[in-house]
Design a protein around this ligand. Sequence first.
Ligand code: NAI
Length: 260
Amino acid sequence: MNSTLAGRVVLVTGGASGIGAAVCRRAAATGASVVVADIDVPKAREIAGEVGGHALELDVTSEASVSAGVAAAEEAAGPVDVLVTSAGITQPPHPPEELEQSVWDRVQDVDLRGTWLCAVAVGRRMAVRGGGSIVTIASIAGMRSMPLHSYTPAKAAVIAMSADLATEWGRSGVRVNSVSPGYVLTPLLQEQIDDGQRDPSNLMESSALGRMVQTEEVADAVCFLASDAASAITGINLPVDAGWLVAPTWRTYRGVPDKR
Ligand code: NAI
């Protein structure tokens, strides 16, 4: 079993922050050559500098930017072996009647369409070369009902799309899997907490482990799925959620038991 990414070229969208940055660090630590792709160029440069990789300006919502970005990544680092799509945004938990259509559209654009554009731009090259691994970052929000009327369906679609692509390119040696993080304290979630839209103690209380997830824990799962250690795993969605998916139904009984 080999769970390292030594010698692999790893392209991470949204690599300048949060989960994406943790993936860049983890992949580089196991010997990968990392390309940090983001709309936030200064932060992408910072992470690239830290991991000895390349920084790339890439807007996942723009077909032209994705296409040019992937070509530039391959020119700088070589053929991409691993794509991780972590670029994403969220939304306020407004009722449908109050959710601006432009907000709904933007979330779909970045989270769903952006993931699709990047997966196809890189996957088509991997399929022709006969190998590669794609890990999309979905969310537990794509697996349960939540008052996030654009984010939830966008993430559910990312999970479905990843399974479709896994089958599409399976015979060409390309594996495609999703990771669905639970609540991870990144700038994305911190912003929601600061706005009063999420209560951190409630988020922690809702999980079996009674805590949030660390970015490094998501990165470990991503790098495992991307590596040869997962060579027979494709088309799955792996929750990394501190047991958030399993715990809530216990509220209708005696709650999640305290530490013994
Ligand atoms: P973050 O806000 O820390 O990082 C997201 C990165 O994506 C930023 O660097 C941002 O500049 C970049 N980005 C945004 N729009 C972009 C675009 N159009 N093109 C290129 N880059 C763009 O967020 P975080 O928490 O690291 O989220 C990463 C992924 O994980 C997202 O897809 C998010 O939905 C997902 N996720 C996060 C959870 C959390 O609790 N933080 C939970 C479940 C899923």
